[in-house]
Design a protein around this ligand. Structure first.
Ligand SMILES: Nc1ncnc2c1ncn2[C@@H]1O[C@H](COP(=O)(O)OP(=O)(O)OP(=O)(O)O)[C@@H](O)[C@H]1O
Ligand code: SF4
Ligand SMILES: [Mg+2]
Length: 347
């Protein structure tokens, strides 16, 4: 493997995002460190408000003007912070494709979908109208749109929600990116269509040998579709590692709570779902210590005083930030249903 192939497609090093506010800035993300290897998929999970979208927007350079981003973001070995905004936008536009949460609001209702799909490749790659059109039609076929030549000229209202999201995936792929980011890309869809679109994303990622980031508040979405998983809580990475390890043997108490809150296939009908008591932390008056402490049944003195450092399990790649982590289990048996359902048992 050459040095370039070995390099992660994306790396964030000690990245923080602050929103300008008085009397002091709001810390949306703190000390974010992770990377996405080539041809692999990373899942980013966390509750609403954890900072998932802010992380993606900061990487893409589309965070609101009130947000100040610190640290280093490297894409394909290039440090984005060293680039002028225009160069950065063009570079990111070529290397990274993105699919947002809501296809109803992401597509302009007054512009035919073909033109919306081709906009990025005309702008970033300078493709001619005909070449861009052909590329879009090919991609509409790939994402499963029948009659792509006709559909190219249709307006968004001609399509169902699932079809619109397929069109958004085509738009995300139009520059042949090395990395595709899907931020809650299936949340607005019903469960059956959600699965179809997720399966499509996974197939495309594997066939095109791309990297992918799947962002979701739902652990089930990332279960069998990612190689690694990063759990965000209150703007901090609390656990990060190979997906199968994190699912089989979560070490952080928040990850365990998230897993326990998922419906279990083998439970009798009408069993009450477990919930995580309390509320996610507010950005205002963030207390010192572990952000999960007010909701954690295992919290003790140090949890309320100091932020736990990231540490590793037996496998260096599995890391977690907890003063009192769960034990490393020799033969973990928890939540095999999610793992098997997602296909991890085979992977
Ligand atoms: N423009 C903004 N101004 C002020 N606060 C903001 C702004 N955008 C986001 N935030 C705050 O930043 C935090 C992280 O928001 P973000 O949208 O990244 O969460 P998320 O994890 O994507 O949640 P969801 O699952 O609901 O999409 C939240 O507390 C949110 O209220
Ligand atoms: S550091 Fe303490 S409060 Fe935080 S998850 Fe671990 S045990 Fe719970
Ligand atoms: Mg979001």
């Amino acid at each position: 493997m050459t040095e370039q192939q070995d390099q992660p497609i994306l790396a964030c090093r000690d990245m923080s995002c602050l929103i300008k506010a008085r009397p002091q800035p709001l810390k949306v993300l703190q000390h974010i460190d992770f990377s996405v290897r080539r041809r692999t998929a990373l899942g980013i999970v966390g509750e609403s408000g954890a900072g998932k979208s802010m992380l993606i927007k900061s990487i893409m350079g589309i965070a609101p003007g009130s947000v100040h981003v610190e640290g280093h973001i490297t894409v394909d070995g290039e440090d984005l912070s060293a680039m002028k905004p225009r160069d950065r936008a063009r570079f990111i536009g070529r290397k990274v494709g993105i699919v947002f949460q809501n296809p109803m609001t992401s597509l302009n209702p007054y512009v035919p979908v073909g033109r919306q799909i081709t906009e990025a490749c005309r702008q970033h790659l300078g493709l001619s109208g005909d070449a861009a059109r052909q590329r879009a039609i090919d991609l509409l076929t790939v994402v499963g749109i029948a009659d792509p030549e006709d559909c190219y000229d249709y307006y968004p209202h001609h399509f169902s929600g699932g079809m619109k999201q397929r069109i958004m995936i085509a738009a995300g792929l139009i520059c042949q990116p090395d990395l595709l980011i899907a931020d809650e890309a299936t949340t607005a869809l019903d469960v059956t269509v959600q699965k179809e679109v997720l399966d499509l994303l996974q197939t495309i990622q594997q066939e095109r040998q791309m990297s992918m980031i799947l962002v979701s508040h739902n652990l089930g979405v990332v279960a069998g579709r990612t190689d690694e998983i990063l759990v965000l809580y209150g703007g901090h990475i609390v656990e990060y590692g190979p997906t199968s390890d994190v699912f089989r043997n979560p070490r952080h108490r928040y990850t365990e709570a998230l897993l326990s809150a998922m419906p279990q296939m083998d439970q009798p009908a009408h069993t009450r779902l477990r919930t995580i008591p309390g509320q996610p932390p507010s950005l205002v008056n963030q207390p010192p210590g572990c952000p999960f402490a007010p909701r954690c049944s295992a919290a003790e003195g140090p949890c309320h005083v100091s932020m736990p450092e990231m540490k590793s399990g037996v496998d260096n790649r599995h890391r977690f930030a907890c003063h009192f982590p769960l034990e490393q289990t020799a033969s973990p048996a928890i939540r095999q249903d999610i793992i098997t359902e997602g296909g991890l048992a085979h992977g």
